[in-house]
Design a protein around this ligand. Structure first.
Ligand code: DP6
Length: 351
């Protein structure tokens, strides 16, 4: 029995300029470009081992120890693309083992709770694509592979890079120019920190795929967002990263989270991802920034109530200290929580 094996990890990425809307559902082509920051591999990542053998009977996945079939349309598309690239190599080099037709066994494991409302599908598809491309010894660059990951889950294309990443929406109908590119490596701005506040670990009410379709089909505000807002914001956010301008980066990140949740609310029927705790976090970050007379922290929320807070290392004790103080008080009881949520000013409790 011959078995070939390769392993790869992929990190979670959190968008600071959100992808929300598809212009092509099959190829997963977005209605706007997006930007993300990749989280540290040691904290949140998927580790995937891909193996292939002439004796395997089916394509099979073990995700966190549970067996799954690999039959979703999106996964099949990704596997077909990777097998095609391997086949091309085999056709050009008769010495290469002919493994492109063999079945695959994939073992995948997250080092964070899969259902915690964190971007697990992004890391999952990125690790799947990169482990199989390693197994097949494909010469394609991360950007080229990102076009395959994109078909699995849009946001996954950005997880093939570390650091600061842009997903360029592209213009072509075949998606050949819709790919992730590096804006800057992590080493460019290592002072950037992210803190995740898990408000709820329940599965999302409205999954991203159906939520964004509803927005595309029903929200008037959405047209304004993709035509008048995002194109400039995309350029400005890339520049803020290149120039390491935290205040600008924070302002754009906050505004884009607000804009994304506004088009969700403008969908019909409306989609609510933020809950009262999320709104309290928004107020808290605004309070912190106002108190400092400058932006030292930025919040962003994906398709769920959990917050990601970006800040620079020099402000860590201030940002985390306040969050700790407030949430420690919240733990005291539900009555306090309700009162906290009504506050527009946190001075009394922050002392
Ligand atoms: C709010 O990438 O999960 O996190 O392409 O349908 O799989 P599909 O959607 P997905 O959507 C992510 C939406 C978002 C914003 C973002 O990550 O850019």
């Amino acid at each position: 029995m011959v078995v070939y094996v390769a392993s790869s990890t992929a990190p979670v990425n959190i968008a600071t300029l959100k992808y929300w809307g598809k212009r092509d559902k099959i190829l997963n082509l977005p209605t706007n470009s997006s930007i993300s920051v990749t989280l540290c591999q040691d904290d949140l990542r998927t580790l995937t081992t891909a193996s292939t053998s002439d004796l395997f009977e089916n394509d099979q996945l073990w995700l966190n120890g549970e067996i799954h079939s690999l039959t979703s349309e999106r996964t099949i598309m990704c596997l077909n693309d990777l097998r095609m690239l391997r086949k091309r190599l085999e056709d050009n080099d008769p010495l290469l083992p002919k493994i492109s037709t063999w079945k695959l066994h994939i073992v995948s494991e997250n080092n964070f709770p899969t259902a915690a409302g964190l971007a697990s599908s992004a890391a999952g598809f990125a690790a799947l694509i990169s482990s199989i491309s390693k197994l097949y010894q494909l010469p394609q660059s991360a950007s080229e592979l990102s076009k395959i990951a994109r078909k699995g889950s849009g946001s996954a294309c950005r997880s093939l890079f570390g650091g600061y990443v842009a997903w360029e929406m592209g213009e072509l109908d075949n998606g050949e120019d819709s790919k992730a590119v590096e804006v800057a490596p992590k080493s460019h701005w290592p002072e950037m920190k992210a803190c995740i506040l898990v408000v709820s670990d329940h599965k999302k009410d409205v999954p991203s795929t159906s939520g964004m379709q509803l927005t595309v089909n029903t929200s008037d505000l959405f047209q304004y967002r993709i035509k008048q807002v995002v194109p400039n914001r995309f350029i400005e956010m890339k520049n803020s990263i290149i120039e390491k301008n935290f205040e600008k980066f924070a302002e754009l990140t906050i505004k884009d989270s607000n804009s994304f949740h506004s088009v969700c609310l403008d969908s019909y029927p409306p989609i609510f991802y933020l809950n009262d705790t999320s709104k309290m976090i928004i107020k808290l970050i605004n309070y912190l920034n106002e108190k400092n007379g400058k932006l030292i922290a930025a919040y962003t929320f994906d398709a769920g109530p959990n917050a990601v807070i970006y800040y620079l290392e020099e402000h860590e004790s201030e940002v985390l200290g306040l969050l700790y103080k407030i949430f420690n008080k919240v733990k005291i009881g539900w009555e306090n929580y309700k009162n906290l949520n009504k506050l527009s000013n946190f001075d009394n409790i922050a002392e």
